[in-house]
Design a protein around this ligand. Structure first.
Ligand SMILES: Nc1ncnc2c1ncn2[C@@H]1O[C@H](COP(=O)(O)OP(=O)(O)OP(=O)(O)O)[C@@H](O)[C@H]1O
Ligand SMILES: O=C(O)c1ccc[n+]([C@@H]2O[C@H](COP(=O)([O-])O)[C@@H](O)[C@H]2O)c1
Length: 206
């Protein structure tokens, strides 16, 4: 009788400021879970975004909104580990932690195209690509004339494309729309819109 071999677990990491989380974020998470056959996708709101010039909104709000946005999305857990950790939120550290939690798993790092284009500037980027398969979704506004597959293969990348319909929305646009008292219903899910309203977030554009 031959012993059966357990399939390798497939674990994803999808980090972001989620300030606020929007329909593009949820579409990307869904595309990752289904397209990559993930057993679990850790959605990790950033603690300290060393790479952003703007101060992020309070972590407690971003975490609460991420929980509302991703509630009920199959395969997703919202994971506060970067918010609970001290110091800058380096993705390599988070991947190391996930590797310790799932020692036998294949790890996948999920990015939108803008972050893939900035990837060379990340902390210890070369080590990240040894720990995880990096999967990149096309993002409206970042395509230019270059098809996704060409642009993500240079200058340094072992990137794989992640199929996803283009969702033309950004958190910046939402913060500006809220500050301008415009309707953000087409861009965020209703519980997130309600949270923004109840907590008076984004009253001035940043
Ligand atoms: N509409 C979208 N389509 C595809 N990927 C997206 C989209 N919005 C965000 N992402 C990806 O999700 C991750 C987290 O993004 P982030 O939380 O910074 O949102 P954002 O909309 O880019 O915010 P901001 O406008 O404040 O920079 C990044 O990898 C980003 O590329
Ligand atoms: O580790 C790094 O050096 C690093 C540099 C830039 C971005 N990241 C991560 O990439 C994810 C998406 O970033 P952002 O700015 O689009 O929210 C988020 O989890 C960030 O912490 C990570």
């Amino acid at each position: 009788m031959s012993a059966s071999i357990a399939p390798v677990m497939r674990v994803g990491l999808y980090g972001g400021a989620f300030d606020p989380p929007h329909r593009g974020h949820v579409a990307l998470a869904q595309a990752a879970v289904s397209g990559l056959h993930l057993d679990v996708l850790h959605v990790v709101p950033t603690g300290q975004a060393w790479h952003k010039t703007r101060d992020l909104s309070d972590a407690k709000h971003r975490l609460a909104m991420a929980r509302l946005a991703f509630e009920g999305v199959a395969g997703v857990v919202v994971d506060p580990r970067e918010i609970e950790r001290h110091g800058p939120s380096y993705t390599l550290v988070t991947l190391d932690e996930l590797k310790r939690r799932y020692p036998e798993a294949q790890l996948f790092l999920i990015l939108g195209q803008d972050q893939a284009q900035a990837f060379a500037s990340w902390w210890r980027a070369d080590q990240i690509s040894q720990l995880a398969i990096i999967c990149v979704a096309a993002r409206a506004g970042f395509m230019g004339e270059t098809p996704l597959i060409d642009s993500i293969q240079e200058p340094n990348g072992p990137f794989q494309p992640l199929e996803m319909p283009l969702v033309p929305v950004s958190a910046t646009e939402i913060r500006h729309a809220v500050a301008a008292r415009q309707n953000v219903a087409p861009l965020v899910f209703e519980p997130v819109a309600r949270y923004i309203d109840q907590h008076h977030l984004y009253q001035t554009a940043r």
